[in-house]
Write a protein that binds this ligand. Structure first.
Ligand SMILES: Cc1cc2nc3c(=O)[nH]c(=O)nc-3n(C[C@H](O)[C@H](O)[C@H](O)COP(=O)(O)O)c2cc1C
Length: 353
């Protein structure tokens, strides 16, 4: 195969992989089998006297220098194919209407094969939202540097870049990039060179406090914990793998990862000032309220939004409205009129260890 042919073939593989990921996430049971997200260990102590008008509850937040109507975000999911492009546009339009932030899926496909870029161009559908470009941190060991990150930022017209730290996913992917050596130094260099905010995220196995500390010391602007309790990317890759060793080994990792609630508590304690995105297995607004009370600034939803993004407009809107209603209702139930008060509440009790 010619020199010029190689990147194109690789990017075609990426496109096929993206469609397989969507299909598997929609049709297979890919939920981890551990102890869950950890939010069920906490319960709000109900207040019979909230002293609040429900209608005055304010869930306005801020992310990446922009004010938002809600603290919610759509987790980085997809791009690179026509189907992925349709999903991105529908999610972006709803994010704009409802005041959510949004992460795009990995832009590697668009950089390696520019004709795939259209599926990431959602800015015109969501001119006001905080929008994140996304790349794999491991790409920094495979030839990508500040220039490719700038390209991703420009293409997406994004407000920041989030690098995914997905070592276990890559390992269980037959064609995965498994060189995660020396990444902290490369992330540090990127944060120094970049004229835009750079954050990090996991993909469902979580980020602990000490790791978050090393990353924020290296200059990252926010930490999306993407903890365990939701989608297991070892399970997802199991369904794609042709390698019997990987497929069998996946079983031993069903409970791998740090529950999302534990990540939020750990990162908040280790890095008091950093911006935390709580994600990984988020399905409703009550868990979002708990995440914020534990110290999160933004709460992000991945696979929960995938089926609605392929459903009717009414279904998608209802999902966004339900999550916002649940957060506001939980705040009403404990008498917290805004997110600062929710963050400082003394009405979150740990009921199980
Ligand atoms: C279909 C699909 C594709 C995804 N693609 C990406 C990706 O390209 N980059 C990334 O950082 N995370 C990706 N993720 C991971 C999510 O951002 C998220 O971290 C993970 O699924 C855990 O959250 P959840 O339990 O809410 O799904 C993807 C998730 C889904 C469901």
């Amino acid at each position: 195969m010619s020199e010029e042919g190689r990147p194109a073939r690789r990017a075609l593989d990426i496109g096929e992989r993206k469609n397989q990921h969507i299909d598997i996430c929609l049709n297979e049971d890919v939920e981890g089998r551990g102890e869950g997200t950890g939010f069920d260990r906490y319960r709000f102590v109900h207040s019979a006297l909230p002293e609040l008008d429900f209608r005055a509850i304010d869930i306005g937040a801020a992310f990446l220098g922009k004010r938002t109507k809600t603290p919610f975000m759509i987790s980085s999911m997809t791009g690179g194919t026509d189907e992925a492009g349709r999903i991105n546009v529908r999610l972006a339009e709803m994010a704009e209407r409802k005041g959510w932030s949004m992460g795009l899926g990995s832009l590697r496909a668009a950089i390696e094969q520019p004709e795939r870029a259209a599926s990431f161009r959602v800015r015109r559908f969501a001119p006001g939202i905080p929008l994140l470009a996304n790349l794999g941190a491991a790409q920094l060991n495979a030839g990508f540097g500040a220039d490719e990150c700038r390209q991703a930022m420009a293409l997406a017209e994004a407000d920041g870049l989030v690098l995914h730290l997905n070592g276990m996913q890559e390992l269980f992917q037959d064609e995965g990039d498994v060189d995660f050596s020396g990444l902290l130094r490369r992330i540090e260099r990127l944060c120094r060179d970049a004229e835009f905010p750079v954050g990090v995220k996991e993909v469902g196995f979580g980020i602990d406090g000490a790791t978050a500390r090393r990353l924020t010391d290296a200059g990252v602007s926010f930490v999306d914990v993407a903890g365990a309790g939701g989608t297991s990317w070892i399970e997802v890759e199991k369904y794609r793998s042709a390698d019997p060793v990987r497929r069998e080994a996946a079983h031993a990792f069903l409970d791998w990862g740090i529950p999302t609630a534990e990540c939020v508590v750990g990162v908040r304690a280790a890095v008091p000032g950093t911006t935390i995105v709580a994600s990984g297995g988020m399905h409703n607004g009550v868990d979002a309220a708990k995440a914020i009370a534990l110290g999160a600034n933004v709460v992000s939803y991945g696979r929960t939004l995938l089926a609605p993004a392929l459903g009717t407009d009414e279904e998608l809107e209802r999902t966004f409205d339900r999550i916002a209603f649940e957060l506001r209702a939980a705040m009403f139930g404990i008498g917290a009129g805004d997110l600062d008060r929710l963050r400082r509440t003394d009405r979150l009790a740990k009921v199980r260890w």
